[in-house]
Write a protein that binds this ligand. Structure first.
Ligand SMILES: [Mn+2]
Length: 474
């Protein structure tokens, strides 16, 4: 069942026992972030967290860890909460094939209830801002879906982009935003700055749970995130027209912030604890001038804790990284069976593939590095045979330990692109990348002295069931 906004999803989570209301008084720092950090440390099935009794805030409603467990991720896709991770990825991949689903335009967006513009814009009036990690340089909006358009083709709906970017609040009406060069908004900004024009944007906060999933997904430049949201929701995505920019924004957002990235202006942003498990330092980033805020009455502020994995971020960008890589690889290499890009946002990827001929698996690895996500992330690829499950790490370690002859199966390619946040890159933004071919060589590649593989015995499946039922009936 599709949820049209964050509120209805939080209600659904509560009905399923997947929302925990923290009613006792807590401090904004460090309690809010520490609680969300802890949600990633209490084992499977962590709930979303709701806070409305925060010292110093007379009027705050804060939701965290909304996607922060496989149960919540399943519920976000409208699946039963017990759905296994692998099944969630497979269902996600099935729904991908329903793309595109035309969105449904609605007029009565609830965020039209309240507005502030010009001199009256004050983010601190609307949002209960707090810091996440103790070394952060300020307050962040880290789960907002940002809408921008291609300045060359502003009427092209498919090129209108919805993306999640880290955003620091640097004043009551000022933001600093990080456009990773590999992401679509960076192309929009580059074109605007070539014309010395400000780039209009709409920052939407507190959305239906599929919006952060599609906004954080590495799709093609001219693939509409709203049309993909419709495919994943199995219902058209409700959108509405933002009043200042005229952009298409989610109908159900809690808060819509509109303004302009000021051409060629930069200001220090950061430090910020990142998904890599390391802080970025302070860096010069583009500056946003806010001109209008629209918001629901009693808006909910949704925030996401990130830092040393696993955190909510890792659940949010797990399947939505695996599936695009799988689909983009299969378009050219139908032999690819499965892709596991669950680790550190796909800085490392495990791919299982059949081989057409010797050397084929390495070609699959190189292609992974040139997909939209690969250009900024995929730094290590482990390739395994088609009968090895890339989500089963003991199997992957078996393949790597038994199949790899390092001098020939480990290929290092120097000076490739990666996002600046990758901690091991040198200089930031450039790195060597590695392919580990842990597949069995096929002709004409006849290296190694591989004997006949010891497959599970034909009767093992039957005995698995027998043992299970004997144990169950003891
Ligand atoms: Mn896009």
């Amino acid at each position: 069942m599709a949820h049209d906004d964050l509120r209805s999803f939080l209600s659904a989570l509560e009905e399923q026992g997947q929302l925990l209301r923290v009613s006792e008084e807590v401090s904004p720092e460090p309690d809010l972030a520490a609680a969300a950090n802890a949600a990633g440390r209490i084992g499977e099935g962590a709930p979303a967290l709701w806070f409305d009794n925060v010292t110093g805030f007379t009027d705050a409603r804060i939701a965290m860890n909304v996607h922060g467990s496989w149960r919540n991720h399943a519920l976000a896709l409208g699946l039963p909460k017990e759905t296994a991770t692998r099944e969630q990825v497979e269902e996600f991949a099935r729904r991908w094939d329903d793309f595109p689903v035309t969105p449904e335009r609605r007029e009565d967006a609830p965020w039209r209830e309240n507005t502030a513009e010009g001199e009256d814009v004050d983010l601190f009036d609307v949002l209960p801002l707090f810091r996440l990690n103790d070394g952060d340089g300020g307050f962040y909006l880290d789960k907002a879906a940002v809408v921008s358009r291609d300045p060359d083709e502003p009427e092209n709906f498919d090129e209108q982009n919805l993306g999640i970017y880290r955003i620091q609040v640097i004043g009551k009406d000022r933001l600093a935003l990080q456009p990773v060069p590999m992401h679509d908004i960076a192309q929009h900004l580059r074109k605007a700055e070539e014309l010395d024009e400000d780039l209009p944007i709409a920052v939407t906060l507190g959305n239906d749970p599929v919006v952060p999933i599609v906004a954080g997904m590495p799709m093609g430049y001219d693939q509409s995130e709203y049309e993909m949201a419709g495919a994943l929701r199995q219902a058209p995505m409700p959108i509405a027209t933002a009043p200042l920019t005229g952009f298409d924004v989610p109908w159900g957002s809690e808060v819509v912030i509109e303004g302009y990235i000021e051409s060629r202006k930069r200001q220090i942003e950061g430090p910020f604890g990142e998904f890599t498990g390391h802080y970025s330092g302070g860096r010069r980033m583009p500056v946003v001038r806010i001109e209008k805020i629209s918001y629901r009455t009693e808006p909910i502020f949704e925030s996401l804790y990130l830092g040393m994995p696993w955190t909510e971020c890792d659940y949010l960008v797990g399947p939505n990284t695996c599936v695009p890589l799988l689909k983009q690889l299969r378009a050219e290499f139908p032999e690819v069976k499965a892709v596991n890009a669950m680790y550190t946002h796909g800085l490392l990827v495990i791919i299982s593939t059949a081989k057409r001929y010797g050397g084929f698996a390495k070609a699959v690895g190189m292609r992974a590095m040139t997909t939209p996500h690969g250009l900024g992330y995929v730094g290590q690829v482990i390739l395994v045979d088609e009968d090895v499950d890339p989500f089963d790490l003991p199997q992957v370690m078996w393949a790597q330990s038994s199949k790899v002859n390092p001098s020939e199966d480990v290929v290092v390619i120097p000076n490739l692109s990666v996002l600046e946040l990758a901690p091991a890159a040198q200089p930031a933004g450039v790195t060597s990348k590695m392919i580990v071919d842990a597949t069995t060589p096929v002709k004409p590649d006849v290296r190694g002295n591989f004997g006949t593989p010891t497959k599970d015995l034909p009767e093992t499946a039957e005995w698995t069931e027998r043992l299970r039922s004997m144990l169950a009936n003891r």
